[in-house]
Design a protein around this ligand. Structure first.
Ligand code: SAM
Length: 163
């Protein structure tokens, strides 16, 4: 059930320290069809609609090479989330779970991640499928899917150590 701004039965909210963004820089904005949390998918789907990721100057050159990857990991800031509920009841049935055992947007640092399918790049715009965030959500980072990425630098000592 989508959360607006309520505390549910048996949930626990805490008083967090003053919010700070730890020096993060919003590097762009995500444009999606969803302007309302009630309509937003809970998790993105690779057959979902094409969404547009706008990259702000001066970060546009950082996009070079992304087209080599079929899948990209996108990190975003769920800016409309509450950040204070440590025990949550997703089903709103009195049964609660710790925030770190959930993929809820309600978390101390509301970072969302999605593995998206690359569709196209046009200048400072990236078209992808697989997002689940509101229109206008601030963008934090984009990385290649770790399974498709081969390190470009030669191996370093310790790369293959186990245990
Ligand atoms: N895929 C991400 C993850 O697993 O980290 C996010 C999952 S979270 C369950 C997705 C939900 O967050 C959406 O269904 C919507 O209710 C909510 N949401 C999306 N964009 C948001 C935003 N900008 N601020 C607050 N909540 C947002």
């Amino acid at each position: 059930m989508v959360r607006e701004n309520e505390i549910r039965a048996n949930e626990i909210a805490v008083t967090p320290p003053d919010a700070s963004d730890a020096g993060l820089v919003f590097i762009g904005r995500i444009h999606t069809p969803w302007n309302n949390r009630l309509l937003c998918p809970r998790q993105g789907r690779h057959d979902g609609p094409i969404c547009r990721i706008e990259i702000f100057a001066p970060w546009v050159p950082a996009l070079d090479g992304v087209e080599r990857f079929q899948q990209l990991e996108v990190l975003y800031w769920l800016d409309q989330s509450r950040r204070d509920i440590v025990k949550q009841s997703p089903a709103n049935n009195g049964e609660t779970h710790g925030a770190f055992s959930l993929r809820t947007p309600v978390r101390p640092n509301p970072i969302g991640t999605s593995m998206v399918v690359f569709v196209e790049r046009k200048d400072n715009w990236l078209m992808v499928r697989g997002l689940d965030c509101l229109n206008g959500t601030p963008l934090l980072d984009i990385k290649p899917d770790r399974c498709q990425f081969t390190p470009i630098a030669p191996p370093q000592p310790g790369d293959f150590e186990t245990g």
